[in-house]
Design a protein around this ligand. Structure first.
Ligand SMILES: [Mg+2]
Length: 423
C-alpha cells in the first residue's frame, strides 16, 4: 500500500523573494503577473490585508500605499531555480517522486519509512535550512486525501506544517472531510462543484457518502475515481515519468501596443529563439511551427484583428535559424498594416525526441547548424538569457514587458549573486 505525501511550498513566489531579502520577513509582500498586471502571489500578511488572488493591481493601489506593501514583478528565473533546489532535495531522499507543479510534488513514502510523520517533519526542516523555503506536507492513503491533509497542514498552525490521514480511523477522517469545501477537493473544480451544490453536496464528507452509481452517471469515470480516493481507495498512481509535452509555447503581451511591422517581428524572432532553445535543451525537434499576432482585445476603442497560421517543416528541426526563417514567412502572411498589436507568440508543435528522426527522402538543403546552436545556448546560459540573438535588434524594444520592480536573479546570474562583506 502506498503512503502518499504532498509537499507544497507556502506562498512560493513570495517566499522566494524573501530568501534573499530577510528584511521582508513578516512584512506584507505581493508578486505581480507579466506586465505587472495582477496579483499572483501573496505573503500571509498580504492575505490578511484582504488582497485576493488575481486582483488587478490598479484596484488595490490604495491598500498598497497605506500598508506600504512590497510589490515585486515576477522573476521566473529565480522561482524556477529555487523550485529545482527544493525538488532535488526531495528526489535525493525519496526516489518515488512526481513533480506536480513548480511548487508542489507527490512522494510515495511506502518503501522508505514506517513513520511518515516523523520523516516529513525532518525533511521539512531540511528544506527550510538548506533552501530557506517553508513547505507544508499532507500525508494520506490516496493522492486526493494527501491533498486534503495538506490543506489542514497549511491552515492549522498547531500541525506545524505536517498533517497525516494515513492510518487514521474513519471517524477522524470524516471529521476532517466535513470541513473541506467540495470545491477544494482535488479534481472537482468550479464546474463540478456547481452541479454538486445543486444536489446538496457541499463538503467532502457529503461527497464520500453519495452513491457511486449516481456519481458515475453524473461525473463519469473521473468523478468516480475522486469519490473512491476520498474513501481511501487509491485510483491515481504516481506519475514517475514526466509527461512529454506535445508543444512549447512562447508568447507575451507587449508592454504597449506596437504598430510597426519590424518591431512586432523583433518580438516574434526572439520568441522563436526562446522556444527553440527550450526544445534543444530537452533534445527534441518540432515538425511544425505556429505564429500568432493579436490586437488588444480588452481595448474597445480600437479596431480588432488577430490571426494565426501554421507551417509544416519538411525536416523536423530545433535549429533557430531555420525556425526564424519559417516564422518570417508565416508572419508576412499574417501581417496587416494599420492595426495596433498588443500580443504575439510562437508555438513549436508536434515535438518528439531527436534521435528518432528519420531523414526525409529529399533531405533539407539547410543543414542544421548544430555547433552554432550549441554555442549560442552555452553563451546564453552563462551570460543571461537572450544575451546573444539572431538578427539586428531595433534600438528600442517597445514590446518589452513592463516590469518595474523585479528582484535580482540571485541564483542564476553571476553578477546578481549576493555579496557578503566581512565587517
Ligand atoms: Mg503553494
Amino acid at each position: 500500500m502506498s503512503i502518499f505525501a504532498l509537499i507544497d511550498c507556502n506562498n512560493f513566489y513570495a517566499s522566494c523573494e524573501r530568501v534573499f531579502q530577510p528584511k521582508l520577513n513578516k512584512k506584507p509582500l505581493i508578486v505581480l503577473s507579466n506586465n505587472d498586471g495582477c496579483v499572483i502571489a501573496r505573503s500571509q500578511e498580504a492575505k490578511k490585508l484582504g488582497i485576493s488572488m488575481g486582483v488587478p493591481v490598479f484596484k488595490i493601489k490604495n491598500i498598497i500605499q497605506k500598508h506600504s506593501i512590497n510589490t515585486f514583478s515576477s522573476n521566473y528565473a529565480l522561482y524556477g531555480d529555487m523550485s529545482s533546489r527544493v525538488m532535488s532535495i526531495l528526489a535525493e531522499k525519496c526516489p518515488d517522486i512526481e513533480i506536480y507543479s513548480i511548487d508542489e510534488c507527490f512522494l510515495d513514502l511506502e518503501s522508505i519509512t514506517n513513520d511518515p510523520v516523523k520523516w516529513c517533519k525532518k525533511i521539512r526542516q531540511t528544506i527550510f535550512k538548506w533552501v530557506g523555503i517553508p513547505v507544508s506536507i499532507g500525508i494520506g492513503p490516496t493522492k486526493t486525501l494527501a491533498k486534503v491533509a495538506n490543506k489542514i497542514a497549511k491552515s492549522d498552525i498547531t500541525t506545524k506544517g505536517v498533517f497525516s490521514l494515513h492510518n487514521t480511523n474513519d471517524v477522524e477522517i470524516d471529521m476532517v472531510l466535513q470541513n473541506i469545501h467540495i470545491e477544494d477537493v482535488w479534481g472537482i473544480g468550479r464546474q463540478w462543484s456547481k452541479m454538486l451544490h445543486i444536489n446538496k453536496i457541499f463538503n467532502a464528507l457529503e461527497l464520500k457518502k453519495s452513491s457511486e452509481i449516481w456519481i458515475r452517471k453524473k461525473m463519469g469515470i473521473t468523478g468516480l475515481r475522486t469519490l473512491k480516493e476520498i474513501k481511501g481507495i487509491p485510483c491515481h498512481r504516481l506519475e514517475l515519468e514526466p509527461i512529454q509535452s506535445k508543444s512549447v509555447r512562447c508568447s507575451r503581451t507587449f508592454g504597449k501596443a506596437v504598430g510597426e511591422k519590424e518591431k512586432v517581428f523583433d518580438a516574434i524572432r526572439l520568441f522563436v529563439q526562446i522556444a527553440a532553445s527550450k526544445i534543444r535543451k530537452k533534445k527534441l525537434a518540432c515538425r511544425a511551427i505556429q505564429v500568432f499576432v493579436s490586437t488588444d482585445r480588452f481595448n474597445k476603442n480600437i479596431e480588432q484583428y488577430s490571426n494565426s497560421a501554421v507551417s509544416t517543416l519538411i525536416t523536423p528541426t530545433s535549429d533557430s535559424i531555420v525556425l526564424v526563417l519559417e516564422a518570417r514567412r508565416i508572419f508576412n502572411r499574417l501581417w496587416k498594416d494599420r492595426y495596433l498589436y498588443r500580443k504575439g507568440g510562437v508555438l513549436l508543435l508536434d515535438l518528439f525526441p531527436k534521435q528518432t528522426i528519420i531523414p526525409g527522402f529529399f533531405p533539407d538543403t539547410k543543414k542544421e547548424n548544430y555547433q552554432l546552436m550549441q554555442a549560442i545556448d552555452k553563451i546564453n546560459e552563462k551570460f543571461g538569457r537572450n544575451c546573444l540573438e539572431l538578427g539586428i535588434k531595433s534600438k528600442k524594444s517597445e514590446w518589452k514587458m513592463k516590469q518595474h520592480n523585479v528582484s535580482s536573479k540571485f541564483t542564476t546570474r553571476w553578477k546578481d549573486i549576493i555579496k557578503v562583506s566581512a565587517n
